[in-house]
Design a binder for this molecule. Structure first.
Ligand SMILES: C[S@@+](CC[C@H](N)C(=O)[O-])C[C@H]1O[C@@H](n2cnc3c(N)ncnc32)[C@H](O)[C@@H]1O
Length: 243
């Protein structure tokens, strides 16, 4: 993805993404959201930063749930427009910039989140150091990633809807090209151990590790629920800055 044209600003990509998000039993709503909200917990009186905030729907929700402030960082212009609309009558803010270019202010936040955006970022170590800097002592960081068993290898996606999953090159960290939302994209793969080492090296302490284990009540379709029991789509890491 270049800085001039963010992936989600390419023709059709945003429209296809938004259509996916409306689909019944889409993975974001059926799998990601319940675990993320569980890890996020009580948002009252928190200053929140959201890296790769997309349409900032979470910001709107957090502010109406009592968060003190919300700042979204987002690269794609189309997403920034949607975020501004979502935050229009709130105190929430969004800045158009790459996560890689975000420079934290010391102790500006209680809670930093990033949901399904960090797989697009090549170098995570500096990002995690900025997260550490942004957080007040005791502050928390919750990140949702595409699960490493998914990002290790995309060959099984080539035939469309997957009926089997290939895990390969698992310990080879780095770029993986594949077609997503109709266009080629580069995502970055890391093993679980790599993610935990990067958090630790940044000074962040792991509190919880979760996977997107499906819960029947979040699915309309039994077949889709059964399919999601086969392999984890998402990895969640909750960390904190030691007090
Ligand atoms: C899959 S969407 C998730 C959006 C939102 N976090 C959510 O969960 O609804 C990924 C978002 O990350 C943004 N993104 C990807 N790479 C980025 C980068 N390097 N800097 C800032 N935003 C980025 C994309 O533009 C997109 O809005």
């Amino acid at each position: 993805m270049t800085k001039d044209k963010a992936f989600y600003d390419q023709d059709e990509v945003l429209a296809i993404y938004l259509a996916h998000r409306q689909r019944r039993d889409n993975p974001n709503d059926a799998l990601e959201r319940p675990v993320f909200l569980d890890l996020a917990g009580d948002l009252r009186n928190l200053d929140i930063i959201d890296l790769g905030c997309g349409d900032a729907a979470f910001g709107r929700e957090a502010l109406s749930g009592g968060a003190r402030s919300y700042l979204g960082i987002e690269l794609a212009e189309g997403m920034v427009q949607l975020a501004l609309e979502n935050l229009a009558d709130t105190s929430g803010k969004v800045e158009r910039k790459g996560i890689e270019d975000w420079q934290a202010q010391e102790g500006q936040a209680d809670f930093v989140v990033s949901r399904l955006a960090l797989n697009y970022v090549e170098h995570l170590e500096p990002v995690f150091r900025e997260v550490y800097k942004a957080l007040r002592p005791g502050g928390r960081f919750v990140v949702t990633l595409e699960h490493p068993v998914i990002t290790s290898h995309f060959a099984s996606l080539e035939s469309g809807k997957r009926s089997s999953w290939l895990v390969d090159d698992y310990f080879k960290s780095g770029a993986r090209k594949h077609v997503w939302l109709g266009k080629e994209i580069t995502k970055y793969h890391h093993s679980i151990e790599d993610y935990l080492s990067m958090l630790e090296e940044a000074g962040l302490r792991l509190e919880r590790l979760r996977e997107s284990k499906p819960q029947r009540e979040h699915f309309h379709s039994e077949a889709e629920f059964q399919r999601r029991l086969r392999i984890p789509l998402f990895l969640f890491l909750a960390a904190s800055k030691p007090a």
